[in-house]
Ligand binder design. Structure first.
Ligand code: ADP
Ligand code: MG
Length: 257
Protein backbone atom coordinates (compact mmCIF):
# COMPACT_ATOMS: atom_id res chain seq x y z
CA UNK A 1 0.00 0.00 0.00
CA UNK A 2 1.31 3.44 -0.88
CA UNK A 3 2.05 5.94 1.84
CA UNK A 4 -0.10 9.07 1.47
CA UNK A 5 1.59 12.29 2.63
CA UNK A 6 -0.17 15.67 2.65
CA UNK A 7 2.14 18.70 2.42
CA UNK A 8 0.29 21.35 4.40
CA UNK A 9 0.64 24.75 6.02
CA UNK A 10 -2.06 27.39 5.75
CA UNK A 11 0.58 30.06 5.24
CA UNK A 12 1.33 30.81 1.60
CA UNK A 13 4.84 30.95 0.20
CA UNK A 14 6.49 28.62 2.72
CA UNK A 15 7.61 26.07 0.12
CA UNK A 16 4.72 23.57 0.07
CA UNK A 17 4.53 23.27 -3.70
CA UNK A 18 8.28 23.35 -4.22
CA UNK A 19 8.62 20.58 -1.64
CA UNK A 20 5.71 18.48 -2.93
CA UNK A 21 7.06 18.64 -6.50
CA UNK A 22 10.70 17.99 -5.67
CA UNK A 23 10.07 15.37 -3.00
CA UNK A 24 7.82 13.52 -5.49
CA UNK A 25 10.48 13.72 -8.18
CA UNK A 26 13.13 12.58 -5.68
CA UNK A 27 11.08 9.54 -4.67
CA UNK A 28 10.46 8.70 -8.34
CA UNK A 29 14.16 9.15 -9.12
CA UNK A 30 14.98 6.61 -6.39
CA UNK A 31 12.71 4.09 -8.09
CA UNK A 32 9.52 4.55 -6.07
CA UNK A 33 6.33 4.85 -8.07
CA UNK A 34 4.84 8.15 -7.01
CA UNK A 35 1.62 10.08 -7.57
CA UNK A 36 1.59 13.85 -7.03
CA UNK A 37 -1.91 15.12 -6.24
CA UNK A 38 -2.44 18.83 -6.80
CA UNK A 39 -5.33 20.11 -4.69
CA UNK A 40 -4.50 23.82 -4.87
CA UNK A 41 -6.61 25.81 -7.38
CA UNK A 42 -3.45 27.68 -8.38
CA UNK A 43 -2.25 24.45 -9.99
CA UNK A 44 1.43 25.23 -9.46
CA UNK A 45 2.39 21.64 -8.69
CA UNK A 46 0.67 20.59 -11.93
CA UNK A 47 2.71 22.96 -14.07
CA UNK A 48 5.78 22.28 -11.91
CA UNK A 49 5.94 18.73 -13.28
CA UNK A 50 5.37 19.87 -16.84
CA UNK A 51 1.64 19.16 -17.16
CA UNK A 52 0.00 21.81 -19.34
CA UNK A 53 -3.24 22.84 -17.66
CA UNK A 54 -4.74 23.89 -21.00
CA UNK A 55 -4.44 20.27 -22.23
CA UNK A 56 -6.06 18.74 -19.17
CA UNK A 57 -9.58 17.34 -19.73
CA UNK A 58 -10.34 16.41 -16.16
CA UNK A 59 -8.74 17.35 -12.88
CA UNK A 60 -9.02 16.95 -9.14
CA UNK A 61 -12.21 19.04 -9.30
CA UNK A 62 -14.02 16.19 -11.09
CA UNK A 63 -12.86 13.83 -8.34
CA UNK A 64 -14.03 16.00 -5.47
CA UNK A 65 -17.26 17.36 -6.87
CA UNK A 66 -18.34 14.88 -9.55
CA UNK A 67 -17.44 11.44 -8.20
CA UNK A 68 -14.71 10.63 -10.71
CA UNK A 69 -12.19 8.09 -9.44
CA UNK A 70 -8.53 9.00 -9.20
CA UNK A 71 -7.65 6.66 -12.06
CA UNK A 72 -9.95 8.64 -14.39
CA UNK A 73 -7.93 11.81 -13.97
CA UNK A 74 -4.32 10.61 -13.50
CA UNK A 75 -1.86 11.83 -16.14
CA UNK A 76 1.78 10.94 -16.66
CA UNK A 77 4.53 13.55 -16.30
CA UNK A 78 7.89 14.22 -17.90
CA UNK A 79 9.50 12.38 -14.96
CA UNK A 80 9.84 8.59 -15.05
CA UNK A 81 7.80 6.82 -12.33
CA UNK A 82 5.91 10.03 -11.51
CA UNK A 83 2.21 10.53 -12.27
CA UNK A 84 0.04 13.51 -11.39
CA UNK A 85 -3.55 14.37 -10.65
CA UNK A 86 -3.70 17.93 -11.98
CA UNK A 87 -5.57 20.91 -10.59
CA UNK A 88 -6.98 23.69 -12.73
CA UNK A 89 -8.66 26.96 -11.82
CA UNK A 90 -11.96 25.07 -11.98
CA UNK A 91 -11.06 23.85 -8.49
CA UNK A 92 -11.48 27.37 -7.10
CA UNK A 93 -15.24 26.79 -6.85
CA UNK A 94 -14.95 23.42 -5.15
CA UNK A 95 -14.51 24.74 -1.63
CA UNK A 96 -18.00 26.27 -1.83
CA UNK A 97 -19.63 23.62 -4.03
CA UNK A 98 -18.62 20.92 -1.56
CA UNK A 99 -20.29 22.56 1.42
CA UNK A 100 -23.75 21.03 0.96
CA UNK A 101 -22.53 17.59 -0.20
CA UNK A 102 -22.61 14.41 1.86
CA UNK A 103 -19.31 13.19 3.37
CA UNK A 104 -17.65 16.27 1.98
CA UNK A 105 -14.42 15.71 3.96
CA UNK A 106 -13.83 12.13 2.79
CA UNK A 107 -14.25 12.53 -0.95
CA UNK A 108 -10.56 12.52 -1.79
CA UNK A 109 -9.92 9.52 0.44
CA UNK A 110 -12.69 7.53 -1.27
CA UNK A 111 -11.48 8.52 -4.73
CA UNK A 112 -7.89 7.52 -3.98
CA UNK A 113 -8.80 4.16 -2.42
CA UNK A 114 -8.50 2.15 -5.63
CA UNK A 115 -5.19 3.81 -6.61
CA UNK A 116 -3.30 3.65 -3.30
CA UNK A 117 -2.15 0.10 -4.09
CA UNK A 118 -0.65 1.18 -7.42
CA UNK A 119 1.88 3.63 -5.94
CA UNK A 120 4.62 3.58 -3.31
CA UNK A 121 3.97 7.20 -2.39
CA UNK A 122 1.13 9.63 -2.93
CA UNK A 123 2.09 13.25 -2.20
CA UNK A 124 -0.68 15.86 -1.89
CA UNK A 125 0.12 19.56 -2.41
CA UNK A 126 -2.38 21.50 -0.25
CA UNK A 127 -3.62 25.07 -0.77
CA UNK A 128 -2.72 27.84 1.71
CA UNK A 129 -5.83 27.45 3.87
CA UNK A 130 -7.40 25.09 6.36
CA UNK A 131 -10.64 24.77 4.39
CA UNK A 132 -12.34 21.75 2.87
CA UNK A 133 -9.58 21.05 0.34
CA UNK A 134 -6.97 20.73 3.08
CA UNK A 135 -9.42 18.76 5.26
CA UNK A 136 -9.93 16.31 2.39
CA UNK A 137 -6.15 15.95 2.10
CA UNK A 138 -5.61 15.35 5.83
CA UNK A 139 -8.45 12.82 5.86
CA UNK A 140 -6.97 10.93 2.91
CA UNK A 141 -3.41 11.01 4.27
CA UNK A 142 -1.37 8.69 6.46
CA UNK A 143 0.69 11.65 7.54
CA UNK A 144 1.25 15.37 7.15
CA UNK A 145 4.52 17.05 6.22
CA UNK A 146 4.75 20.65 7.41
CA UNK A 147 7.12 23.00 5.59
CA UNK A 148 8.26 25.88 7.79
CA UNK A 149 10.07 28.82 6.27
CA UNK A 150 13.23 29.92 8.10
CA UNK A 151 12.12 33.48 8.87
CA UNK A 152 10.77 35.61 11.70
CA UNK A 153 7.46 34.29 13.04
CA UNK A 154 8.23 30.85 11.59
CA UNK A 155 6.10 29.18 14.26
CA UNK A 156 3.24 31.61 13.91
CA UNK A 157 0.06 29.91 12.76
CA UNK A 158 1.40 26.43 13.43
CA UNK A 159 -0.75 25.96 16.53
CA UNK A 160 -3.80 26.49 14.32
CA UNK A 161 -2.52 23.85 11.91
CA UNK A 162 -1.75 21.41 14.72
CA UNK A 163 -5.20 22.01 16.17
CA UNK A 164 -6.73 21.14 12.80
CA UNK A 165 -4.60 17.97 12.71
CA UNK A 166 -5.94 17.03 16.17
CA UNK A 167 -9.54 17.63 15.08
CA UNK A 168 -9.02 15.47 11.99
CA UNK A 169 -7.49 12.75 14.19
CA UNK A 170 -10.48 12.90 16.49
CA UNK A 171 -13.29 13.00 13.93
CA UNK A 172 -12.11 11.93 10.48
CA UNK A 173 -8.82 10.03 10.43
CA UNK A 174 -7.55 8.70 13.72
CA UNK A 175 -4.35 7.26 12.23
CA UNK A 176 -3.11 10.60 10.82
CA UNK A 177 0.48 11.20 11.93
CA UNK A 178 2.91 14.10 11.71
CA UNK A 179 5.30 12.88 9.03
CA UNK A 180 7.83 15.59 9.75
CA UNK A 181 8.60 19.29 9.83
CA UNK A 182 10.67 20.57 6.91
CA UNK A 183 12.72 23.74 7.26
CA UNK A 184 12.74 25.65 3.98
CA UNK A 185 14.43 28.63 2.33
CA UNK A 186 17.32 28.81 4.77
CA UNK A 187 19.62 31.70 4.05
CA UNK A 188 22.93 30.39 5.38
CA UNK A 189 24.42 33.89 5.46
CA UNK A 190 22.23 35.07 8.32
CA UNK A 191 22.06 34.13 11.99
CA UNK A 192 18.32 34.34 11.84
CA UNK A 193 18.09 31.05 9.98
CA UNK A 194 20.09 29.26 12.67
CA UNK A 195 17.92 30.78 15.40
CA UNK A 196 14.77 29.61 13.65
CA UNK A 197 16.17 26.09 13.28
CA UNK A 198 16.88 25.98 17.04
CA UNK A 199 13.43 27.28 17.87
CA UNK A 200 11.62 24.83 15.58
CA UNK A 201 13.73 21.92 16.88
CA UNK A 202 12.93 22.87 20.47
CA UNK A 203 9.26 22.66 19.62
CA UNK A 204 9.13 19.65 17.27
CA UNK A 205 12.28 17.78 18.40
CA UNK A 206 12.98 14.65 16.36
CA UNK A 207 10.10 15.41 14.00
CA UNK A 208 12.35 17.93 12.22
CA UNK A 209 14.09 16.56 9.12
CA UNK A 210 17.88 16.55 9.01
CA UNK A 211 17.58 17.85 5.47
CA UNK A 212 17.15 21.63 5.55
CA UNK A 213 16.23 23.25 2.24
CA UNK A 214 18.46 26.22 1.42
CA UNK A 215 17.35 29.28 -0.47
CA UNK A 216 18.54 28.33 -3.93
CA UNK A 217 18.05 30.33 -7.11
CA UNK A 218 17.77 27.20 -9.24
CA UNK A 219 14.86 25.94 -7.10
CA UNK A 220 13.03 29.19 -7.83
CA UNK A 221 13.73 28.97 -11.57
CA UNK A 222 12.80 25.33 -12.20
CA UNK A 223 8.97 25.79 -12.15
CA UNK A 224 9.05 28.20 -15.08
CA UNK A 225 10.59 25.39 -17.14
CA UNK A 226 7.97 22.90 -15.94
CA UNK A 227 10.65 20.74 -14.40
CA UNK A 228 11.50 19.47 -10.93
CA UNK A 229 14.96 20.50 -9.80
CA UNK A 230 16.35 16.99 -10.43
CA UNK A 231 15.57 17.41 -14.13
CA UNK A 232 16.30 21.13 -14.38
CA UNK A 233 19.66 21.16 -12.61
CA UNK A 234 20.58 17.79 -11.09
CA UNK A 235 23.92 19.13 -9.83
CA UNK A 236 22.44 21.99 -7.84
CA UNK A 237 22.36 22.16 -4.06
CA UNK A 238 18.55 22.13 -4.26
CA UNK A 239 18.57 18.83 -6.15
CA UNK A 240 20.94 17.29 -3.59
CA UNK A 241 18.93 18.26 -0.60
CA UNK A 242 15.53 17.20 -1.97
CA UNK A 243 17.06 13.82 -2.84
CA UNK A 244 18.31 13.56 0.76
CA UNK A 245 14.83 14.45 1.98
CA UNK A 246 13.34 11.70 -0.21
CA UNK A 247 15.72 9.22 1.43
CA UNK A 248 14.64 10.35 4.89
CA UNK A 249 10.98 9.95 3.93
CA UNK A 250 11.65 6.45 2.55
CA UNK A 251 13.50 5.45 5.74
CA UNK A 252 10.61 6.72 7.85
CA UNK A 253 8.11 4.82 5.68
CA UNK A 254 10.08 1.63 6.24
CA UNK A 255 10.00 2.17 10.02
CA UNK A 256 6.24 2.62 10.18
CA UNK A 257 5.50 -0.35 7.96
P1 ADP B 1 3.74 27.54 -1.19
O1 ADP B 1 3.34 26.38 -2.03
O2 ADP B 1 3.85 27.21 0.27
O3 ADP B 1 2.90 28.75 -1.42
P2 ADP B 1 6.03 27.71 -2.98
O4 ADP B 1 6.67 26.38 -2.97
O5 ADP B 1 5.15 28.03 -4.13
O6 ADP B 1 5.25 27.94 -1.61
O7 ADP B 1 7.18 28.79 -2.84
C1 ADP B 1 6.92 30.18 -2.89
C2 ADP B 1 7.91 30.85 -3.86
O8 ADP B 1 9.24 30.68 -3.37
C3 ADP B 1 7.90 30.26 -5.25
O9 ADP B 1 8.13 31.27 -6.17
C4 ADP B 1 9.07 29.27 -5.23
O10 ADP B 1 9.63 29.08 -6.53
C5 ADP B 1 10.04 29.97 -4.31
N1 ADP B 1 10.85 29.01 -3.54
C6 ADP B 1 10.40 27.98 -2.77
N2 ADP B 1 11.41 27.34 -2.16
C7 ADP B 1 12.54 27.98 -2.54
C8 ADP B 1 13.93 27.81 -2.24
N3 ADP B 1 14.35 26.84 -1.41
N4 ADP B 1 14.82 28.66 -2.79
C9 ADP B 1 14.41 29.64 -3.62
N5 ADP B 1 13.14 29.85 -3.95
C10 ADP B 1 12.19 29.05 -3.41
MG1 MG C 1 1.64 26.12 -3.24
Amino acid sequence: MGRVIAVANQKGGVGKTTSAVNLSAGLAHLGYKTLLVDIDPQGNATSGVGVNKADVDHCIYNVLVEDYEAKDVIVSTNVDQLDCIPATIQLAGAEIELVPTISREVRLQKALESSVGLYDFIIIDCPPSLGLLTLNSLTAADSVMIPVQCEYYALEGLSQLLNTVRLVQKHLNKSLEIEGVLLTMLDARTNLGIQVIDEVKKYFQDKVYQSVIPRNVRLGEAPSYGKPILSYDPKSKGADVYLELAKEVIAHGERVR
